[in-house]
Design a protein around this ligand. Structure first.
Ligand SMILES: C[S@@+](CC[C@H](N)C(=O)[O-])C[C@H]1O[C@@H](n2cnc3c(N)ncnc32)[C@H](O)[C@@H]1O
Length: 218
């Protein structure tokens, strides 16, 4: 998926991935991240996810990374949040009180540009990427995270031949293949969610599961 694809999705408002409620799995399992008030949670490929608000309201510092300025400005405007904007070629920092979003290509972001990260929250980020990009993404996440850092990862798993992504299907086996070498991988939850996803049923899916993983970097 090229940047253009995502810019077009944002401009046309084709953002079916955006949730209007806080993610239930995040709420159920955030404590498993082992983070304290004031800790920094990285949200890669964050879009305008409301989950960032929830995390900030819980007292965490949120650092999002997102390629679309449109998504980031929508996030601050729609939620009535003030921010300052620091503009540099290819990377704009939007800095709010507890939420900062770096608008840049995730793959170009260096660890030194970010505050020290305590945990990572990935919902609809890994699964937004085609198969060949997923190992590149996981390697890059690995470069930004120190040993001991925990991640909460939510994936979708469905018969890939029934629908073209994104979102792409990422099975629990693939999560273990991608993360296993550097992380302890614990599956926290799996759920059949086809019944409550009419947009995917309409696209012809006959099976759809969500999986939640806790990953701890060794
Ligand atoms: C499927 S959406 C998920 C957004 C968010 N995680 C959520 O739960 O709503 C994927 C997001 O990744 C952004 N994105 C895609 N490629 C990116 C890249 N290389 N760097 C930064 N953001 C990217 C897109 O603009 C889009 O907002």
């Amino acid at each position: 998926m090229k940047a253009e694809f995502w810019h077009e999705r944002w401009e046309k408002g084709e953002i079916g991935f955006h949730q209007h409620e806080y993610n239930r799995y995040m709420q159920d399992f955030v404590d498993r991240l082992g983070v304290d008030t004031g800790d920094q949670i990285l949200v890669p490929l964050c879009g305008k996810s409301l989950d960032m608000l929830w995390l900030a309201e819980r007292g965490y510092q949120v650092i999002g990374i997102e390629i679309s300025d449109r998504a980031v400005t929508d996030f601050f405007n729609e939620n009535g949040l003030r921010c300052t904007i620091e503009r540099k070629p290819g990377r704009n920092w939007y800095r709010g009180e507890r939420i900062q979003i770096l608008c840049a290509d995730f793959f170009s972001v260096k660890k030194a540009e970010l505050p020290p990260i305590d945990a990572i929250y990935d919902r609809a980020s890994l699964i937004a990427l085609p198969e060949e990009m997923r190992p590149v993404y996981v390697a890059h996440v690995g470069r930004l995270a120190d040993r001991g850092i925990t991640s909460l990862l939510v994936t979708l798993d469905y018969p890939q031949e029934e629908m073209r992504g994104p979102p792409f299907s990422v099975t629990p086996d693939e999560v273990r293949r991608l993360y296993g070498a550097q992380h302890e991988c614990e599956r926290l939850h799996s759920e059949d969610c086809l019944a409550r996803e009419p947009r995917f049923r309409k696209k012809g899916l006959t099976r759809l599961h969500e999986h939640v993983f806790l990953l701890k970097k060794r």
